[in-house]
Design a protein around this ligand. Structure first.
Ligand SMILES: [Zn+2]
Length: 47
């Protein structure tokens, strides 16, 4: 999931809950919006 700097901790928490492993955090390449607000996303969290 894509998220801005402000919501990175929230995204990491959700990812840990969902996947039950340490999520991978990558810097985003394309311009997309944060999933939790209107800001441009800086990171993508997943596994
Ligand atoms: Zn955000």
């Amino acid at each position: 999931m894509a998220c801005c700097l402000e919501h990175i901790e929230l995204a990491l928490d959700i990812a840990v809950d969902e996947y039950e492993i340490a999520p991978i955090m990558k810097k985003i390449e394309e311009p997309v919006s944060c999933e939790f607000c209107q800001n441009p996303a800086l990171y993508v969290v997943g596994n």
